[in-house]
Design a protein around this ligand. Structure first.
Ligand SMILES: Cc1ncc(COP(=O)(O)O)c(C=O)c1O
Ligand SMILES: N[C@@H](CCCC[NH3+])C(=O)O
Length: 466
C-alpha cells in the first residue's frame, strides 16, 4: 500500500491538485469541472470520457510562457515556449496554445498536419522525430516550419537534399544527448546514453563527437541554417538540477563549435519534462522556479565558457495538459477479492471495474504510473477501503489505478474520475479488444464542447476491409 493513500473526501468546495483548477464538489457531492457537472457530461457524451478544463490548460500554458519570458528577459535573452503536442494535440488545443502565445512542437506527420490545419503558422511549428519520413520532411519544408530538429547524421543529408530539391533552405537544430537522464526524482549522469534519440556529446574516437560531426556537416551544407542546439533530458522531472547539468553541457558544445568555426549558435532549446502532481499531496515543478533556475544555469554556463547568453526555448507537454484533464468512467462490476494471508495490504482488495481501461490509459501498465481516483457522482460517508481500479480488457495487467481508497459502498453505475490524465492519455490510447477510443470534451464557464469525437464500433468496422 502506498503512503499517499488518502481517505475519500466528498466535501463541497474546490478539490485542488491533482484535480483540474476549476474542479469542485457541489453541495450534493457531485464533481463539476469548468462549471459543468459530471452527471451532465456522462448523460450528454457517455463514458469513458476525457474531460479537459480549458481555462486550466490555457492558464498553465500562459504561466510557462510568462515565467520563461520574464526570467530570460532579466538576463537579456528571448524565450519561446513550444507546447509538446505529443502530450495531447487536436485542433482546438493547437488554437488555444497559439492564442496563449505558445508555439507547437510536433513529432509526426499527424501532429504536424493537425497543427497546420488548426491554422498555426508554419514558422511557429517545430518538427522532431528520430526517424522522420520523406513526407514529414517535405511537408515541414513546404509549410515553412520554424525548425526541424535533426536527430542523426544521415538526417543532415536528407533534410539538406530535400531543401535543395524544393529550392529552399531549412532552419535546423541539432539534438544532442548530454549524458543527463532525468525522470521523476532521479537523474543519473552517464557518458553514453543507450537510447535512440539525439547525437552524443561523447567523442568515441577521442576527437570529434557525433554531435560535433553533425554540426560541422550542417555548416557545410548551404541549404541548412543552423538555428539552435537542442537537449531533452527526460519526463516527469521534479528537480531542476538535471536542467542545470544539461544547460552546462549544451553551452560547452556551443562554445566549442564557436571556437572551431566562428559560428556562435543563436538559440538553445532545453526541452520539456516538467513534473506534475499525480497524487494528493504531491507537488509540481512550478513554472517560476524552473524558469529562474534554468536562466541562472544558462547565465552561469555563458560566464564559464566566455560566451553570450543565447535565446532559449522549452517544450513542456505534460505540465500543460496533464493536470487540466481527467477521465470520467462508469463503474461496472465491483468485486471483493481475498488477499493471501501474507499480503501487506490487508485481508481483501476491492476490484472496481470501469468501462474503459488500458486502451484509454496505458501509462499504468507501461510505466507503473500512479494515479488518484474518486467517486464523483455522489457523496459517500462509507469508510474508505483499499481498492484497485481496473478496466474491461482481457488482460490481468489492465489496471488504471493500482491503489486507492474508495468508499466501501461503491456500486455499479457510480461515476468515477481519474485525475491528471490530460497528458499521454488520449494521445497514447489504443483500440485494444476493438474498444473504440473515447472522445474529449472541453469544459469552460459552464459550457461543454466536444473537441475530439468519440469513436464508434462503426468507425472500427469502416477500417476493416472485410
Ligand atoms: C523532444 C521532446 N520535447 C518535449 C517533450 C515533452 O515532455 P513532457 O511532456 O514531459 O513535458 C518530450 C517528451 O518527453 C520530448 O521527447
Ligand atoms: N509518454 C510518456 C512520456 C514520454 C514523453 C515523450 N518523449 C508518458 O506518458 O509519461
Amino acid at each position: 500500500m502506498t503512503a499517499s493513500l488518502t481517505e475519500p473526501d466528498a466535501r463541497p468546495g474546490p478539490l485542488g491538485l491533482p484535480w483540474p483548477a476549476t474542479a469542485s464538489r457541489t453541495a450534493e457531492g457531485a464533481l463539476a469541472v469548468g462549471g459543468v457537472g459530471v452527471h451532465d457530461l456522462a448523460a450528454r457524451f457517455g463514458t469513458p470520457l476525457y474531460v479537459v478544463d480549458e481555462a486550466d490548460m490555457r492558464a498553465r500554458a500562459r504561466a510557462f510562457r510568462d515565467a520563461f519570458t520574464a526570467a530570460f528577459a532579466d538576463v537579456g535573452a528571448h524565450a519561446e515556449v513550444y507546447y509538446a503536442g505529443k502530450a495531447f494535440l487536436c485542433r482546438a488545443v493547437a488554437r488555444w496554445m497559439t492564442q496563449e502565445g505558445l508555439r507547437i512542437d510536433t513529432a509526426t506527420l499527424g501532429e504536424l498536419t493537425t497543427a497546420l490545419s488548426a491554422g498555426v503558422p508554419g514558422a511557429q511549428i517545430g518538427l522532431h522525430g528520430n526517424n522522420k519520413s520523406d513526407e514529414e520532411i517535405e511537408l515541414a519544408l513546404r509549410s515553412g516550419v520554424g525548425r526541424i530538429v535533426l536527430d542523426s547524421e544521415p538526417e543532415v543529408t536528407r533534410v539538406a537534399d530535400a531543401a535543395a530539391r524544393l529550392g529552399g533552405r531549412a532552419p535546423v537544430m541539432v539534438r544532442v544527448t548530454t549524458g543527463v537522464h532525468a525522470g521523476g526524482h532521479e537523474f543519473i549522469s552517464t557518458a553514453h546514453e543507450d537510447q535512440k534519440f539525439g547525437l552524443s556529446l561523447h567523442a568515441h574516437d577521442g576527437e570529434t563527437s557525433p554531435a560535433m560531426r553533425a554540426l560541422l556537416a550542417v555548416l557545410a551544407r548551404e541549404e541548412l541554417d543552423l538555428v539552435g542546439l537542442h537537449s531533452h533530458i527526460g519526463s516527469q522531472i521534479l528537480d531542476a538540477a538535471g536542467f542545470d547539468a544539461a544547460a552546462g553541457a549544451v553551452m560547452a558544445l556551443r562554445a566549442d563549435l564557436a571556437a572551431r568555426t566562428g559560428v556562435l549558435v543563436g538559440e538553445v532549446d532545453l526541452g520539456g519534462g516538467f513534473g506534475v502532481a499525480y497524487l494528493p499531496g504531491e507537488v509540481e515543478l512550478e513554472p517560476e522556479r524552473i524558469a529562474k533556475e534554468t536562466a541562472g544555469a544558462v547565465v552561469r554556463a555563458a560566464q564559464e565558457t566566455g560566451t553570450s547568453v543565447p535565446d532559449v526555448s522549452f517544450e513542456p507537454g505534460r505540465s500543460i495538459a496533464g493536470p487540466a484533464g481527467l477521465t470520467l468512467y462508469t463503474v461496472g462490476t465491483v468485486k471483493e477479492v481475498a488477499l493471501p494471508a501474507t499480503s501487506p495490504d490487508g485481508a481483501t482488495r476491492l476490484y472496481v471495474s470501469v468501462d474503459g481501461g488500458m486502451s484509454d490509459n496505458i501509462r499504468t501498465a507501461l510505466y507503473d504510473a500512479r494515479y488518484h481516483a474518486e467517486v464523483v457522482g455522489r457523496a459517500s460517508r462509507a469508510p474508505g477501503v483499499l481498492a484497485r481500479v481496473v478496466g474491461k480488457h482481457c488482460e490481468s495487467g489492465d489496471v488504471v489505478v493500482h491503489d486507492v481508497l474508495l468508499p466501501g459502498d461503491m456500486r455499479a453505475g457510480d461515476l468515477l474520475a481519474v485525475a491528471t490524465t490530460g497528458a499521454y492519455g488520449r494521445s497514447m490510447a489504443s483500440q485494444y479488444n476493438l474498444v473504440p477510443r473515447p472522445g474529449v470534451v472541453a469544459v469552460r464557464d459552464g459550457v461543454a464542447t466536444p473537441i475530439v469525437r468519440r469513436e464508434t464500433v462503426e468507425d472500427l468496422l469502416a477500417l476493416d476491409l472485410g
